[in-house]
Design a protein around this ligand. Structure first.
Ligand SMILES: CC(C)(COP(=O)(O)OP(=O)(O)OC[C@H]1O[C@@H](n2cnc3c(N)ncnc32)[C@H](O)[C@@H]1OP(=O)(O)O)[C@@H](O)C(=O)NCCC(=O)NCCS
Length: 180
């Protein structure tokens, strides 16, 4: 594959948003996470993911490992409104998107797409050639977003991996090729 998916995604990024008919409550800054964000990041992760939120110790360690691929949406008033977390490996040119979220009141404004594009840009910039992610098979919002960026199910079985995260925790694995 070529870089077409990322190029297509970048084109999408510039299109006008349908939900822009009323102003956003507060402009958000997309920036790398800082150590001082960790308490607010835990709160945000808990708010969005609830029982499947990262345990605090793991969030801390993910920050230690992947801070350069950990981006947040900062409302400038002490609240984070979204994040994306990507990971790279030392031994291959493969990367993973480990987490993505936008708080409920800020959704459908293109922010999830912006977070993903920023993460993909960074992954591409450090030589990553393939990016994978997992998504709940019923999470149509996220699947549509990922497909719009060029992600496709990783075969076989349409990317479906039964019990991927343990009994009953099926996931779809999706993949994007960033090679030029
Ligand atoms: C998935 C999530 C990050 C999307 O964030 P977002 O800022 O609303 O996404 P965008 O506005 O960039 O949406 C991009 C496209 O994705 C699709 N999409 C997003 N939310 C959707 C929804 N609720 N229903 C249908 N399509 C949706 C649409 O195609 C949308 O484009 P459009 O608005 O032009 O139609 C957000 O819904 C979220 O945080 N969900 C809870 C956490 C989660 O599921 N994370 C993903 C784990 S794998």
């Amino acid at each position: 594959m070529t870089a077409e998916p990322l190029e297509r995604a970048q084109t999408l990024h510039t299109r006008p948003r349908a939900a822009a008919s009323f102003p956003d409550p507060r402009p958000l800054e997309l920036r790398p996470v800082r150590e001082s964000d960790l308490p607010e990041l835990r709160r945000l992760d808990q708010e969005v993911f609830q029982q499947v939120a990262y345990p605090p110790f793991l969030l801390r360690q993910l920050y230690d490992l992947y801070a350069e691929h950990f981006l947040v949406l900062d409302d400038g008033a002490g609240r984070l409104r979204g994040y994306v977390l990507a990971a790279t490996t030392a031994y291959s040119r493969a990367g993973w998107i480990l987490g993505l979220c936008v708080t409920e009141e800020r959704r459908r404004r293109g922010l999830g797409t912006e977070l993903m594009l920023a993460a993909l840009d960074r992954l591409h910039g450090c030589g990553t050639e393939q990016v994978r992610l997992t998504v709940e098979p019923g999470n149509h919002a996220a699947i549509l977003l990922y497909r719009s960026l060029g992600f496709v199910p990783e075969q076989p079985h349409g990317g479906l991996r039964p019990d991927y995260f343990g009994p009953g925790e099926d996931r779809q694995v999706m993949r994007l090729d960033l090679r030029r």
